[in-house]
Design a protein around this ligand. Structure first.
Ligand code: MN
Ligand code: MN
Length: 306
């Protein structure tokens, strides 16, 4: 039988050819890495994630038994950014995200999430619940004197009331950090689940904890690929050892079925430091897991929020 092999599909996410932003789910890349504080390169993340995603098109998801590529999903290409200008880029990204219903964003460094949360909170009329998977809390008030950057995303998201810190959980945390920043974060009501917590208690326990925290509020998923151990995600700007394995991340995502997700991003894939597409494939699979999860929720009759 002659057919197009997976590696020769169009270089879009999952080889999707649909491009219209009216689709129920939209994939967009955000090729921005000006907010990195260590190794840059995440501007090349969207292309690498799309390239690797074509490994995932030859069957149904083996837990949810749906094919994410068969959902009403479009790949609308990459967002425009203002090269060299962080605040202007944030404004541009927010304006583009505001036109999309349910957005799955491929980063880009973590700075972009602030713009995505601004758009999502406005759309849903108030602070969102948040599942934030990361090695870092990203609640620093600034980045080496710059107000906006990938380490201060959730400081601003909390201060701007884009997220409700009492309905916010951070999972995989383990980096060196300042104690006063840790205390500020916890003091706001954020639940921190360390990587060690995941290792000691297991994915089911921490996913159950996360689902209870977000409850039935509109929830956003922000997945920094450096939550994974560098063995599973070497291609990232600020790697930290002792992280999650890919199977742990998959198991956690699959057990977040109760959460009412309205959007997600996967960020910080920096292909120049990747090896054998390990990191790009991990990120593509996280987005694919997410699509399968929200698609399965829809087919099981959960209320849909756009
Ligand atoms: Mn991080
Ligand atoms: Mn981060």
């Amino acid at each position: 039988m002659a057919s197009v092999p997976t590696f020769a599909l169009p270089p879009s996410f999952l080889g999707i050819t649909r491009r219209d932003p009216e689709a129920a789910f939209c994939i967009a890349g955000i090729p921005f890495d000006l907010g990195t504080t260590n190794r840059s390169g995440a501007r090349f993340g969207p292309a690498a994630i799309r390239q690797a995603s074509r490994m995932l098109v030859d069957g149904d998801h083996p837990h949810w038994w749906i094919d994410p590529a068969a959902l009403p999903v479009a790949d609308i290409g990459d967002f425009a950014i203002a090269l060299g200008d962080i605040p202007q880029s944030l404004a541009l990204i927010e304006a583009q995200a505001a036109r999309i219903g349910h957005l799955i964003a491929l980063g880009g460094d973590h700075t972009v999430t602030l713009a995505l949360l601004r758009a999502a909170a406005k759309r849903h009329g108030g602070p969102l619940a948040l599942v934030h998977v990361d090695a870092h809390v990203d609640t620093w008030p600034d980045n080496f004197g710059q107000p906006y950057g990938h380490g201060s995303v959730f400081y601003h998201a909390i201060e701007e009331r884009l997220v409700d810190p009492r309905r916010m959980v951070q999972m995989g945390i383990r980096s060196p950090m300042r104690k006063d920043i840790y205390d500020w974060t916890v003091g706001k009501g954020v639940t921190i689940v360390t990587a060690q917590d995941v290792h000691e208690h297991g994915p089911a326990a921490v996913a159950g904890q996360a689902a209870a925290i977000v409850g039935d509020a509109p929830a956003y998923l922000s997945f920094d690929i450096d939550a994974l151990d560098p063995a599973f995600a070497p291609g990232t700007g600020t790697p930290e050892i002792g992280g999650l394995t890919t199977w742990q991340a998959q198991a956690i995502l699959r057990q977040l079925e109760p959460a009412q997700f309205i959007g997600m991003d996967v960020v910080e894939v920096a292909p120049p430091y990747d090896a054998a597409e390990i990191t790009a494939l991990a990120a593509a699979t996280v987005a694919w897991e997410y699509l399968a999860l929200v698609g399965a929720r829809q087919s099981r009759g959960y209320p849909t929020v756009r």
